[in-house]
Design a protein around this ligand. Structure first.
Ligand code: HAM
Length: 421
């Protein structure tokens, strides 16, 4: 027996209404803020992620699904959505459009991570990017879009964790301070972090090894090293969020695990759990375009994991509307009945009334049992008598009432009943 690969999931019909709901809400929130949909390939050149997300990050060093195809090309499954969107923006000259260019996508992404609740190897993101503008109002727009989406689906008790990690003007002094600090505490760091000390000291800050926690908690903070311009940008973002009365907390430890960020970084957390379970996160990435070989192009965006959104909806007891269950189940006695059921079901389906015909070779009792098991609202019974009179017996399975009607009247009744749902 085959099973789905570790860390991947099948979404079965009983769960699909959660997916339909969050995807519809995502589209609605993006579109109403002026975002257009972009779809990029599931795979990219591996180098896009090496340069964009950065070597020395967990995503690139440990989690990327990279492979050579039969033509010897180095490809990787999409590990995140921002570098691909920026690649597409540059490739298709979207900078010619009015800025910022606002793009959203609903994507699958792949990371070789240790599967656990809310952490998968294939997962799905709602991703928004605003490219081409350095205005802090756009940073705020992005935070607010994620905030409004998560609240809009019905989640409660969320907080925004906010930080600024400066830019190239203040980063060197900060990196130097960090290097000195961690070098003085080298013996207290895990093996990975000792390696990071020479490759990418900022990545020590998002080490998940408990051994490093005490050292990291006392490390120099980015917000103490911001240049006046970076401070001004950060102040503005906070001002805009305050206007909207968003409950944000400045979290100087938040640096995010991807290398492309500058200025604003943020995450949205559910009330009860820590950074490991962020519902979503993002920030500004003014250096990304250059990192992947394009001209300097500012950008800001977020992604939120749909599996985590759904997990939290279930934990908080929010159930979205279900797909309509089978409404009409045709109970038939013989081949003539099956043919007539096919004609009538076709009429109902054309009116979007979900209908199914009983499978072959089942007794009437077994058919009725199946109608109930499928959650049908009506059993539409086509026996010999009915066929003779060109009528149909409708049994309302919730109220256990029965009536016999000519075909046309029965079809009209079922269509009206279905509309009322
Ligand atoms: P990220 O923080 O790596 O950022 O991922 C964003 C969200 O994707 C997380 O907050 C989480 O909800 C979900 N996620 C990440 N990894 C997993 C996983 N293994 N299983 C389930 N869900 C997961 C980014 O990907 C950036 N591209 C966000 C961004 C957009 N920054 C700027 N623009």
């Amino acid at each position: 027996m085959f099973r789905s690969p570790r860390g991947t999931q099948d979404v079965l019909p009983e769960d699909s209404h959660y997916w339909r709901f969050v995807e519809e809400q995502a589209r609605r929130h993006a579109v109403r803020c002026g975002y257009g949909e972009i779809r990029t390939p599931t795979m990219e050149e591996t180098a896009l992620f090496l340069r964009g997300v950065g070597e020395g990050t967990d995503i690139v060093d440990k989690e990327i699904y990279s492979f050579k195809d039969k033509g010897d090309n180095d490809l990787a499954l999409r590990a995140e959505g921002t570098a691909p969107v920026m690649r597409a923006y540059l490739q298709h000259n979207l900078q010619q459009q009015p800025t910022p260019v606002r793009l959203f996508s609903l994507i699958n992404a792949f990371r070789y991570d240790r599967p656990q609740a809310g952490r998968y190897r294939e997962f799905h993101q709602f991703n928004c990017e605003a490219i081409g503008d350095t205005d802090p109002l756009v940073d705020a727009e992005i935070v607010l879009l994620l905030w409004d989406f998560l609240n809009g689906v019905g989640l409660q008790n969320l907080t925004v964790q906010l930080n600024s990690i400066g830019d190239n003007t203040c980063r060197p002094a900060y990196k130097q301070a960090l290097l000195e600090y961690f070098s003085n505490h080298e013996s207290e760091l895990c093996d990975d972090c000792r390696r990071r000390l020479s490759t990418n000291p900022m990545r020590i800050l998002d080490c998940k090894n408990p051994r490093c926690e005490p050292v990291i908690s006392k490390a120099p903070r980015t917000i103490d090293y911001l240049s006046p311009e970076c401070q001004e940008h950060f102040d503005r973002v906070q001002e805009y969020l305050t206007i909207r009365e968003i409950p944000f907390q400045i979290n100087p430890k938040l640096v995010r695990g991807l290398d492309y960020y500058t200025h604003t970084v943020f995450e949205v957390w559910p009330a009860t759990v820590g950074a490991q379970s962020a519902l979503g996160g993002g920030g500004r990435y003014d250096g990304l375009a250059e990192q992947i070989g394009g001209p300097a192009t500012p950008g800001v965006g977020f992604a939120t994991g749909l599996e985590r959104v759904i997990l939290n909806l279930k934990e908080q007891g929010v159930e979205p509307p279900k797909e309509p269950a089978v409404q009409v189940y045709f109970v038939v006695m013989d081949e003539e009945g099956r043919k007539q059921a096919l004609r009538l079901a076709t009429r109902l389906r054309a009116d979007d009334v979900p209908s199914t015909i009983a499978p072959r070779g089942k007794s009437v009792r077994a058919q009725m049992r199946q109608a109930n098991a499928l959650g049908a609202r009506y059993a539409a019974i086509l026996g010999g008598d009915e066929l003779q009179a060109q009528e149909i017996t409708l049994r309302n399975l919730t109220q256990q009432e029965e009536s016999r009607l000519p075909y046309d009247d029965a079809m009209a009744l079922l269509t009206t009943a279905s509309r009322k749902d």
